[in-house]
Design a protein around this ligand. Structure first.
Ligand code: ATP
Length: 581
């Protein structure tokens, strides 16, 4: 690149300049003066300037009274070095004079100015924090630590990937370390109970807890999650007594009902944490959570954490917390709930082109970024399996994770994905919340997410710890209604790529090779998912028609038959267009 040239990433529009999905565009220095009109004419929506040295700037198209303009929406930490000066910083104001929306804390990163060693934390915890490589606190850690240490109940909202796990674990461990403990006590009371909605997240929280407990020799942590043998967990809890328990709700309830002495150990709970609180308090988990809460002491401290806290959750938070709880929201007024350094786009295309589009987007991404690490979210476990099988046939480096996989397979894939690059993880919502896979470059959501919150959490698997990322939401035309629920987020339309016929044939062949059983299961699961969707499931004959579209996208000319009892359970018996067996 010659001195003074600009390297831009262009998003959306601009079919004559680039493919529809983000690409790089070099603008020679001599053409920079006409850049705004050039980009505006090309229907470009988002431009990101890629600068040597790792810093970048992003501008978004705006319609103003004076016509079109591009204004800065995010500036990462300025690191002026020789290369950048040479690159011509003075050009930036031409694209947008404002320098709004910093990525996070005071210096534009996700960290605050406060160091852990400036806080009232025990030397043992401080040492462990240092070992973990943490020096400064993240914003949510800085905001919540003193209040939790005062003994208050806290409901905290902070963006994805900003260190909420340490924010609740560290002060909770501090509370515990001040209690009298007997080393090697056979069945110590459980003092800290952390509830998580998924097994992967529970394991991850336990790993973080073990790091922080490194020098607290008298404290131990255990995990109880579904998918493993109850007796095995019972033995493990006996062999390794613990004061900290991380659990998924269903399995904890199992232990309450079936493990001798367990309920009395729970009477020792001093601190209860609901991680991903809004999910744990929604209807799917609510009963189990209420039962669990009823079996631990009222006199306790409760901490609720999530990246999303809808109004309903605030209203029902009394289920778990004292009336005088503190709500700490680190998402600033007027700021979005998603990260500005993550570029979000959506595409709307007929269902029968989704596999081709996916393949095209993935191929481009893999070619553009040698260190690619992608998560594709699908609507259900069986649809996840189908998509993984199709993409594997296309020789992409695919891994698959969902609730129908054995726990050992889930753990293996999750560990592998955490450590590697050059991998595509096709996942159901088991990976949507909390899981911290470093350096995910792209998150694709195929089909409408369960709700706005789920969209935000899935997207949050990229752009963690202030890193950059991309998100793509791929919808069918009749799923477009969902966009109104995320219209306050910076998500812009991306032009659907025109896939050439040889690629289409390649994709069709791949789809053909997938076993009929996988297609039948995916069809049934797809129908169940959209049937329970309030918007799409309302009109049953339209739903049957859409399901037929889905079966055609799998290369089937006749939709698979569904067992009568299942159709009845779904309330879909005798719906024209659905076949029963
Ligand atoms: N003070 C810190 N300094 C540096 N890194 C940190 C700090 N605190 C946490 N981290 C790291 O930041 C990453 C994200 O943390 P974490 O998974 O707790 O995010 P989260 O806010 O809970 O995200 P989500 O909303 O997706 O659950 C982890 O890799 C964690 O180790």
């Amino acid at each position: 690149m010659a001195s003074g040239d600009l390297l831009l990433r262009v998003h959306a529009g601009a079919p004559d300049l680039c493919r529809a999905f983000p690409c790089r565009l070099r603008v020679p220095a001599r053409r920079r003066s006409g850049l705004v009109s050039h980009l505006a004419a090309a229907k470009v929506d988002v431009v990101r300037r890629v600068r040597p040295g790792g810093t970048d700037q992003k501008w978004r198209r705006r319609d103003t009274d004076e016509g079109l303009a591009f204004s800065s929406v995010a500036t990462r930490r300025e690191r002026v070095d020789e290369e950048e000066e040479e690159d011509g910083d003075e050009e930036a104001p031409k694209l947008g004079a404002q320098n709004g929306g910093e990525v996070g804390g005071v210096d534009g990163s996700y960290l605050s100015e406060t160091r852990f060693d400036q806080c009232a934390i025990s030397p043992l915890s401080l040492k462990a924090i240092k070992d973990s490589g943490y020096e400064r606190m993240t914003e949510v850690q800085e905001a919540t630590l003193p209040i939790i240490l005062q003994g208050k109940d806290v409901l905290a909202k902070a963006k994805t990937g900003t260190g909420k796990t340490v924010a609740f674990l560290l002060p909770a461990i501090e509370v515990l370390s001040s209690l009298p403990h007997q080393r090697n006590q056979l069945r110590p009371p459980i003092n800290l109970l952390v509830m998580c909605p998924t097994r992967e997240l529970a394991n991850q929280v336990a790993v973080e807890a073990r790091k922080l407990l490194r020098y607290h020799r008298s404290l131990g942590v255990q995990v109880v999650i579904g998918g493993t043998r109850l007796t095995q967990e019972q033995r493990s809890m006996q062999a390794n007594p613990c004061q900290i328990l991380v659990a998924t709700p269903g399995r904890l309830k199992d232990h309450l009902e079936n493990t001798p002495g367990f309920s009395s150990r729970l009477k020792g709970v001093k601190v209860l944490v609901l991680d991903e609180a809004d999910r744990l308090l929604d209807m799917g988990f609510r009963r189990d959570i209420e039962k669990i809460i009823a079996s631990i002491p009222r006199e306790r401290q409760t901490l609720l954490f999530s990246a999303t806290v809808p109004e309903e959750v605030r209203q029902i938070s009394h289920v778990a917390m004292k009336k005088d709880y503190r709500f700490i929201n680190t998402v600033k007024e007027g700021d979005e709930e998603t990260h500005s350094q993550v570029i979000q786009t959506y595409m709307v295309a007929p269902l029968d082109s989704h596999f081709s589009i996916l393949y095209d987007v993935l191929k481009n991404h893999v070619a553009e970024d040698a260190d690619y690490k992608v998560i594709i979210f699908c609507t259900t476990a069986m649809v996840t399996k189908l998509v993984a099988e199709v993409l594997s046939q296309l020789k992409l480096n695919i891994r698959e994770i969902h609730s129908r996989k054995s726990q050992s397979a889930r753990t293996k894939v999750s560990d592998e994905f955490r450590k590697s690059k050059g991998l595509i993880l096709v996942s159901s919502d088991v990976s949507a919340r909390g899981v911290d896979y470093p350096n995910v470059t792209l998150v694709i959501q195929v089909g409408v997410p369960a709700d706005r919150e789920q969209y935000i959490h899935r997207l949050g698997r990229t752009g963690r710890r202030g890193k950059e990322g991309q998100g793509l939401l791929l919808l069918a035309p009749w799923e477009k209604y969902f966009l109104t629920t995320v219209k306050d987020l910076s998500i812009s339309e991306s032009v659907v790529p025109s896939v050439d016929s040889s690629v289409e044939t390649e994709v069709k062949n791949a789809v053909r090779k997938v076993e009929m059983k996988s297609k039948e299961c995916a069809y049934q699961a797809w129908l169940g998912y959209y049937n329970s969707n309030k918007t799409i499931g309302r009109d049953k004959s339209r739903l049957a028609h859409l399901a037929e579209e889905f079966s055609q996208s799998m290369g089937l000319s006749v939709p698979p038959a569904i067992p009568k009892n299942i159709l009845r359970k779904m309330g879909l018996n005798n719906v024209p267009g659905l076949r029963s067996s």
